[in-house]
Design a protein. Structure first.
Ligand code: CUA
Length: 324
């Protein structure tokens, strides 16, 4: 009885990881549904095969000392060791080959360009006129298939939001494509799935699936230039931002800051996370990040601003947080 209890406990522990915002087995997209279905069918087939082959092997081992059972043992070895696995594995292969085309059909609606940077995600919603730039957060409408155009700046990365679908490599100098169709609104977590350097582990992103009309309204608002500073502190933060040359790397549309090396900050305060999902979007986290980015994300390209007085860092954070 104790061993049964132990086995049940182990199974519970194993499936405890199947739910959650970054699980392949908790699908929120068409492609992820297909993948999760494939996983369970292939796993069940493998378990059946393992039990059958090992069961037969034990049975044959018990038969073996008796000479008259030799022919029976041979038949079981051929049947259980060759015929049955061939049939079962062929069945699983045919099932998998039939399911695979259900993934990654061509996109029909929105097109988004996602570029793997060191170590963050550049996200650009392509539409008539200038693309709408964002970072580290991919918002998609439910109910339609969006096309992703994947690129990389320096290193190979791999784009992966498990709840939406499979992964696709991002390769410098090349363009790869995939499409995704979210089916349940919500927030999900993605992670770079190819080792790309020092902060690979901290190269995460948030996938947000929205109702189509909410998404359209959100994209419309994202196309607007940045809000004016709404308080004297934010106004000081704005001046410090320009004085310290932050605009050399970052764009804040509607201001002289037009840099392209770092993430677009026009609507930073409206994002769910900071520094590629390393930190929550909070004032205190912003201050920590500004003070010493490499402490949070080793190898981060952004320089430290620890030379600024705390009051200046606080004003900068107030300004940036207000960019919703
Ligand atoms: Cu980017 Cu790993």
């Amino acid at each position: 009885l104790d061993s049964i209890r132990l086995a049940a406990w182990l199974c519970a522990l194993l499936v405890a990881g199947c739910k959650g915002p970054q699980s392949v087995l908790d699908p929120a997209g068409r492609d992820a549904e297909v993948l999760a279905g494939l996983f369970w069918v292939l796993l069940s087939g493998a378990v059946v095969l393992w039990l059958a082959v090992n069961g037969l092997m034990l049975y044959i081992a018990r038969l073996n000392p008796r000479p008259h059972s030799r022919r029976l043992a041979e038949a079981l070895i051929i049947g259980g060791g060759i015929v049955m696995p061939t049939l079962l594995l062929s069945g699983l292969l045919i099932f998998a080959l039939r399911e695979m085309p259900r993934q990654r059909e061509a996109g029909s609606g929105l097109t988004v360009r996602v570029t793997g940077e060191s170590w963050w995600w550049r996200v650009e919603y392509l539409r008539d006129g200038a693309p709408v730039a964002s970072a580290n957060e991919l918002r998609l409408p439910t109910g339609s298939r969006s096309e992703l155009v994947l690129e990389a700046s320096e290193y190979i990365h791999s784009f992966w939001i498990p709840a939406f679908g499979g992964k696709t490599d991002m390769i410098p100098g090349r363009t790869t494509r995939m499409s995704l169709e979210p089916i349940a609104t919500g927030e999900y977590r993605g992670q770079c799935a190819e080792f790309c350097g020092e902060s690979h582990a901290r190269m995460a992103l948030i996938g947000v699936a929205m109702e189509p009309q909410d998404f359209a309204a959100w994209l419309e608002a994202q196309a607007d230039p940045a809000a004016e500073p709404s308080s004297p502190e934010a106004g000081r933060g704005h001046d410090i931002f320009l004085r310290e040359g932050c605009g050399g790397c970052h764009t804040i549309r509607g201001t002289p800051a037009q840099g392209q090396a770092g993430p677009d900050l026009t609507h930073l305060g409206g994002r769910r996370s900071l520094a590629a999902a390393s930190l929550p979007m909070e004032r205190s986290a912003l201050i920590d990040w500004l003070r010493d980015p490499a402490k949070i994300k080793p190898g981060a390209r952004m320089p430290a601003y620890s030379h600024l007085p705390e009051a200046d860092l606080a004003d900068l954070a107030t300004y940036l947080e207000g960019l919703e």
